[in-house]
Design a protein around this ligand. Structure first.
Ligand code: AVJ
Length: 326
């Protein structure tokens, strides 16, 4: 079979480390073999999952995206001043171009923009659109799983590195993993490096539960797409109607837990292996941890980051932090 060439258009390079299907299969086999079945949330984002996530971001109930965008817009100048001139901006997960465009508009000079994302097609499309719209901006996309070790491409200026990790994606990590990730980012960006990070805040459980159980069922479709993806990529035979979406705030863990609940006793095959599901048994698909400003500062400090500034919205729903390594 011939390799398909990727048309880079005006991009300055492309580093493709997209996880292979073997990694997905190993994670699903492993995750469905345990007493509590689970699948890592990073596998939500195939093309269909990325499309559904974009739809979630526009839902009335899903406050984080529009709230974070509001915070970035209102404080764009202060954020640009904190990042400083001639920085190389490294984005972990290149989901929403709306957010990065707010920063690119406010930053008067930038050495390069390096988006890192697990979903190759999504990444290339978003990177190309930015390179088209921001004349002279060096856009260097890296297709990789940033939850593991990341190596920046050669030729990217290390003069001054600033990370951007919006969306409260940090909440998908358990607190100990989040600290490990923040340490790894500090090592990657080096002493004096900065990190602009969005963190969802603890709040009334009713607001949180509504955000993850939208009336239109988009979050349910996003959750079930994990099974559809297994069927597509791992020769699975999941009956999608056999699983119900469930998301619920667990106050003891300060965390939204998302599950797929088996509606009956059933079996499903994944790449030649059969798994059994009891009636009511769940697959744990996502954790979304919520912080206070103080609990996040403590986490960041334990990982070697100093809290420089924090911006929030009038209702205290969401926070954006600027941290400095060292
Ligand atoms: C972007 C991963 C942070 O946890 O709120 C949205 C993902 N899951 N609705 C979140 C998500 C269900 C989202 N993160």
């Amino acid at each position: 079979m011939e390799a398909t060439a990727i048309d880079l258009g005006p991009l300055r390079g492309f580093h493709d480390l997209e996880p292979a299907v073997e990694e997905f299969r190993a994670a699903v086999w492993d995750g469905l073999a345990g007493a509590q079945k689970r699948i890592p949330a990073k596998f939500f984002y195939d093309a269909e999952g990325s499309r559904l996530f974009d739809a979630i971001c526009g839902l009335a109930e899903y406050y984080p995206t529009r709230t974070e965008i509001g915070i970035l817009r209102r404080n764009a100048d202060a954020i640009a001043a904190a990042i400083g001139p001639e920085a190389t901006l490294v984005e972990f997960g290149s989901g929403s171009s709306v957010k990065i465009r707010i920063l690119l508009d406010a930053l008067s000079s930038l050495a390069a923009y390096v988006p890192i994302d697990i979903s190759r097609d999504h990444l290339v499309a978003a990177a190309r659109a930015l390179a088209d719209d921001y004349d002279g901006l060096a856009v260097v996309p890296v297709c990789a799983d940033y939850s593991g070790p990341v190596v920046l491409p050669p030729g990217v200026s290390r003069h001054r590195l600033a990370g951007f990790f919006p969306g409260s994606t940090i909440g998908n990590f358990a607190p100990t993993q989040a600290a490990a990730f923040l340490k790894q980012v500090a090592a990657l960006l080096g002493p004096g490096g900065g990190l602009l990070i969005g963190v969802d805040l603890q709040k009334d459980a009713a607001i949180l539960n509504a955000a993850y159980n939208d009336a239109d069922g988009v979050t349910a479709a996003f959750n079930r797409n994990l099974l559809a993806r297994i069927n597509r990529e791992l020769d699975g035979d999941f009956d999608l109607d056999g699983f119900a979406h469930n998301a619920c705030y667990n106050p003891a863990r300060a965390c939204i837990e998302m599950h797929l609940i088996s509606r009956r006793h059933q079996k499903a095959a994944v790449a030649g292996r059969s798994f059994e599901f009891q009636h009511g048994e769940t697959i744990h698909t996502e954790d979304s941890h919520k912080y206070t400003v103080d609990s996040f500062h403590a986490l960041a400090a334990a990982a070697g980051w100093q809290a420089e500034q924090v911006w929030t919205d009038p209702d205290h729903l969401f926070s954006v932090h600027y941290l400095v390594a060292g």
